[in-house]
Ligand binder design. Structure first.
Ligand SMILES: C[S@@+](CC[C@H](N)C(=O)[O-])C[C@H]1O[C@@H](n2cnc3c(N)ncnc32)[C@H](O)[C@@H]1O
Length: 384
């Protein structure tokens, strides 16, 4: 028996590159569901009453359909669909043949109750606006993809997935991670960004009356001062905060190439970053430390690898105009990281100077590296 589910897609998804939103949602579903199920799912775009949707077909063994394990796996599929970055709602498609009628009836659409995945309101991601900010919905997609590749993916739903954005800007990815209930870590070299993010977060925590602490300290290694560090702890009430049961956020104001010395080895499950595009974003092109995206990657990759667990996942947003897929793959390979996604697998045009793509990668000794590579081959076949 075939179970058909529809994930309704937000109409405003990815405003800047609206035409590519459907293809991106398909690609996201391919990896998120495929990594979980061990094989590429059958997903296609479909219109439902004038709304964009993704249709997912799952083959179920009718003899086991009623078992607890089967309904648990159906619930997982719904949860995965609900977690896709553009999902508004999930519907089951129920084909009902009208008794005695030769005329086919329209299928019934039954809305599913979805688990609440987000712990904080949307304004945590949307209030701050600045040149060079990563689109929030695109950021959510990157997190989903990196988490999907991780052997600890379940931690996305219970707050234990450890997430690092080693080029965090003013915190778009960190804010999404906080909304997901995670305790993320970020690094950013630009002091103005670190300070702007700290100030924003302090105001936001106060405005939302969350119990919290917010501390800034110097960041030093072997007596050398690298920059600053700020740490926030937040919880809905004082007791949870006192008991250490809240969320934690850490931002290191330093060169990402130093992270290998600053954070514990093999502690990160998902590394998500929007690499510098190598183009100007207003005043953000200033600063002698600004290097080409490939140079940043070359300097940072060994340290990043040290921080990753073997079963970790990586999702990097890149500008194809300034970072060549093969060169980036070679640089990552030198540090024991294997790029899985093919060139252009997530390609979309952001503006004249940014032809964006996503590199998905894992450590070469990731326990599921072969199975995940097969998903990349499936995706290429579907595109061609
Ligand atoms: C495309 S932006 C990321 C924007 C971020 N996702 C946001 O929404 O705010 C890339 C960021 O990498 C930072 N960066 C560039 N080189 C760096 C380095 N060597 N170490 C740490 N951060 C760096 C830049 O300052 C910039 O904020």
């Amino acid at each position: 028996m075939t179970q058909v589910s529809l994930a309704l897609r937000a109409p405003s998804a990815n405003r800047v590159y609206a035409q590519a939103a459907g293809a991106l949602a398909l690609a996201e579903a391919h990896w998120v569901l495929g990594a979980h199920q061990g094989a590429a799912p059958v997903v296609r775009e479909r219109m439902v009453s004038g709304m964009d949707a993704l249709e997912v077909r799952t083959e179920e063994d009718s003899s086991t359909r009623a078992t607890a394990a089967d309904s648990a796996s159906a619930a997982t599929t719904v949860r995965l669909l609900a977690s896709l970055s553009a999902t508004l709602g999930v519907l089951d498609v129920i084909e009902e043949a009208a008794a005695g009628s030769a005329v086919p009836t329209a299928p019934l659409l039954r809305p599913r109750d979805l688990p609440g995945l987000l712990h904080h309101p949307a304004d945590l991601e949307t209030i701050l606006r600045y040149p060079g900010k990563t689109n929030e919905q695109f950021t959510a997609l990157l997190i989903n993809l990196a988490a999907a590749l991780s052997t600890r993916r379940a931690g996305l739903f219970d707050g234990t997935l450890s997430l690092l954005d080693p080029l965090c800007g003013r915190g778009t990815t960190l804010n999404r991670a906080l909304r997901l209930g995670l305790s993320p870590v970020g690094a950013e070299i630009d002091r103005k960004d670190v300070e702007a993010y700290r100030a924003f977060l302090g105001t936001w925590l106060r405005d939302h009356r969350l119990k919290h602490t917010l501390d800034s300290t110097r960041l030093t290694v072997h007596g050398e001062q690298l920059g600053t560090r700020f740490e926030a702890e937040l919880a809905p009430d004082k007791q949870t905060l006192r008991a250490g049961g809240g969320q934690r956020l850490t931002v290191l104001g330093c060169d990402t190439a130093r992270l290998g010395q600053l954070l514990p080895a093999a502690s990160v499950d998902a590394l998500v970053a929007d690499l510098p595009y190598g183009v100007q974003h207003g005043s953000r092109a200033d600063g002698a430390w600004r290097r080409s995206p490939l140079e940043v990657l070359r300097a940072a990759a060994p340290g990043w690898r040290r921080l990753l667990r073997d079963g970790a996942g990586i999702a990097l947003a890149v500008n194809r105009r300034t970072l060549d897929h093969d060169q980036a793959s070679a640089v990552l390979a030198e540090s024991g990281l294997r790029v899985l996604s093919t060139d252009g697998a997530f390609r979309h045009r952001v503006d004249q100077s940014i032809d964006r793509d996503i590199l998905l990668a894992v450590p070469t000794n990731h326990p599921r590296v072969e199975q995940l590579s097969a998903l990349a081959a499936d995706q290429e076949n579907e595109i061609s």
